[in-house]
Design a protein around this ligand. Structure first.
Ligand code: NI
Length: 259
């Protein structure tokens, strides 16, 4: 296997007990490359540290809608620090995860939007793609992306199975990243969404330690399980595992600009 997990969080505390043993094992067992995603200032620093330590790990930097601070002043301060972080590593491949989340947070929508827009600007400045988190905020997310041009393209991480969103994302030439829910039995329209996405526009990810795919639902997830997402896409598209694996790999290399 030659897997590329385009989004996970290896700095998560759920890996504290065995991170050092686990990471080399992931690589031995088929995870050729992975992107450990930032979600806060601290999380971004952690992702960079992991990328420094392990050749096959890359990092993103960003403040997620669920991790933005309470005030605009503090947000501005953190965004400045985020920009400084970029200078500390050559393995930062995207600004993310950034976006809007009205599922977990509804009382700070304006600040979420500001953080999203400011980080799109940051990505453009750094010449990086963005990795987007969106939940229960489809229209506002699309609105912001239409009004704020992303120079280096974008990825909808753990893409919701929302036809409208995927349609608009593809119009923008963005990438759609499929995660564990793709395999869930209650994701009834997953096949329809999978078939909407062209072969050069999808990625696969685990979002570990969360969102374990079937048959491991409920357990701690890790990047090896990205193979179950590949399997599902192969089934739906009537391709072999290897074909989908190779497409996802090439797509990830292209969007993250990795040799
Ligand atoms: Ni994530």
């Amino acid at each position: 296997m030659k897997l590329f997990d385009s989004h996970c969080h290896l700095d998560d505390e759920k890996f504290n007990e065995d991170r050092e043993e686990l990471i080399p094992k992931l690589h031995e067992e088929g995870v050729d490359k992975l992107v450990s995603a930032g979600y806060s200032l601290e999380g971004s620093k952690n992702a960079i540290e992991l990328a420094k330590k392990y050749d096959f790990i890359y990092a993103t930097i960003g403040i997620s809608p669920n991790d933005i601070p309470d005030t605009e002043d503090e947000l501005k301060k953190q965004l400045k620090e985020l920009k400084e972080l970029y200078k500390t590593s050559k393995k930062i491949v995207a600004v993310g995860e950034i976006g809007l989340d009205y599922h977990w947070n509804t009382d700070n929508k304006e600040l979420q939007k500001e953080a999203f827009i400011e980080q799109i600007k940051l990505a453009n400045e750094l010449n990086l793609p963005i990795q987007i988190h969106t939940r229960d905020a489809v229209m506002d997310t699309i609105g912001i992306l239409k009004n704020n041009k992303v120079n280096k393209n974008g990825i909808f991480h753990c893409c919701p199975f929302n036809r409208e969103l995927v349609k608009e994302a593809l119009k923008l030439n963005f990438y759609i990243s499929f995660a564990g829910p793709t395999t869930f039995k209650n994701s009834k329209n997953a096949p329809e969404i999978i078939n909407m996405v062209p072969e050069d526009r999808f990625l696969v990810e685990t979002d570990s330690p969360y969102l374990s795919p079937e048959p491991f639902r409920g357990r701690r997830n890790d990047p090896r399980n990205v193979q179950y997402i590949i399997k599902k896409i192969a089934e739906v598209k009537g391709k072999t595992f290897e074909e989908i694996q190779n497409m996802a790999y090439a797509n990830a290399q292209r969007i993250f600009n990795i040799e």
